[in-house]
Design a protein around this ligand. Structure first.
Ligand SMILES: C[S@@+](CC[C@H](N)C(=O)[O-])C[C@H]1O[C@@H](n2cnc3c(N)ncnc32)[C@H](O)[C@@H]1O
Length: 313
């Protein structure tokens, strides 16, 4: 039977994640088989149902002390110990080729940067994680402000940790157009451009720019320029869809499973469904779970999933 718009009607059935035993409060289904399950609960508990099943955990944990009006805050001095309570559930949930991406920013305490972020990453590595790379999320529209000894915060960390030194990695999925500069630069190649040209200052760096001729796309760098979300999404700390989307394309196979264990308003779910990945979103705040479901129904169906069949729940 077809619905008014010619597609199959919504069918409420258990998602793959629900069958795996996650006690989801609500399940939202996509028509083409990619599912997004929103779970209200503590991720340390809920992840127990996904042992060895997850390809990518991409997330933004609560920042130390930063949002005490909205949800439980953790003192910067206690952040490392608090985050380590997630180490085992995260590690156990990931496949051997799996990755963990943590978007986070340190905090200024009494006029100086508190280094709980660095210490957290170090502590995770001591427990077996490999620090594959540090990405920077550059915010071209960072909040204005004045501080006596610092400038505006214009970026945040995205740490890529993994269970092995060779996690799943698909850089071709994040290629970008090479850009206009190439045409003028490559029009008149000089004698140093047709072979590997080593740096004149003997730094050891070199390049063969003729290899760029005819190329339409390049791999991006590990600095991601993505504008901050303008609109209030019913959550005080929403990250832009393009941030988790980049890492999902890069680090999760096309039939893989993504988890956001600090899901907030569900941004990671919108990103995952837009590229056909199934996803489990966990948050211990019921209102944020409701907001995530609302966004998934509206945004994923309307826009972000435009290349994909829309949601039916
Ligand atoms: C920085 S926010 C994430 C925002 C999200 N990236 C978005 O775009 O909406 C962190 C979230 O972690 C949730 N949280 C804190 N401790 C948790 C826990 N133990 N289990 C699950 N969620 C938790 C908070 O309720 C909060 O919504």
């Amino acid at each position: 039977m077809k619905s008014r718009n010619g597609s199959r009607p919504p069918v409420k059935r258990k998602s793959k994640e629900a069958k795996r035993g996650v006690s989801s409060t609500k399940t939202t289904l996509a028509r083409a088989g990619a599912t997004c399950t929103v779970v209200h609960g503590d991720s340390r508990v809920e992840l127990g149902a996904l042992k060895g099943e997850v390809d990518l955990i991409v997330t933004s944990p609560p920042y130390a002390d930063a949002r005490h009006h909205h949800y439980d805050s953790i003192h910067p001095d206690k952040f490392v110990d608090w985050f380590l309570t997630f180490h085992e559930p995260f590690y156990a949930a990931l496949k051997p080729t799996g990755s963990l991406v943590i978007n986070i920013k340190d905090k200024v305490v009494d006029g100086v940067r508190h280094r709980y972020v660095w210490r957290t990453i170090e502590a995770l590595c001591e427990r077996g994680w490999f620090a594959v790379d540090d990405y920077l999320w550059h915010k071209p529209n960072a909040m204005p402000g004045y501080w006596p000894t610092r400038l505006r915060d214009g970026w945040e960390y995205c740490f890529h940790l993994a269970k092995s030194k060779r996690p799943f990695f698909n850089p071709d999925a994040v290629r970008k157009p090479i850009g206009d500069w190439v045409e003028s630069r490559l029009r008149n190649l000089g004698k140093n451009d047709n072979s590997r040209h080593n740096s004149v200052n003997a730094s050891g760096f070199g390049r063969d720019i003729s290899k760029w001729v005819g190329k339409q796309t390049v791999l991006p760098s590990n600095v991601l320029t993505i504008a901050l979300v303008g609109k209030n999404k019913g959550h005080p700390a929403v990250f832009p869809v393009d941030l988790p989307l980049f890492f999902i394309k890069l680090l999760c196979p096309s039939d893989g499973l993504v988890v956001d264990p600090f899901a907030g308003s569900g941004t990671t779910g919108i990103a995952a469904l837009s590229v056909g990945r199934s996803c489990v979103l966990i948050d211990n705040n019921a209102e944020y779970c409701e907001e995530a479901i609302r966004r998934l129904q509206i945004e994923a169906a309307a826009g972000w999933c435009s290349a994909r069949p829309s949601l039916n729940a």
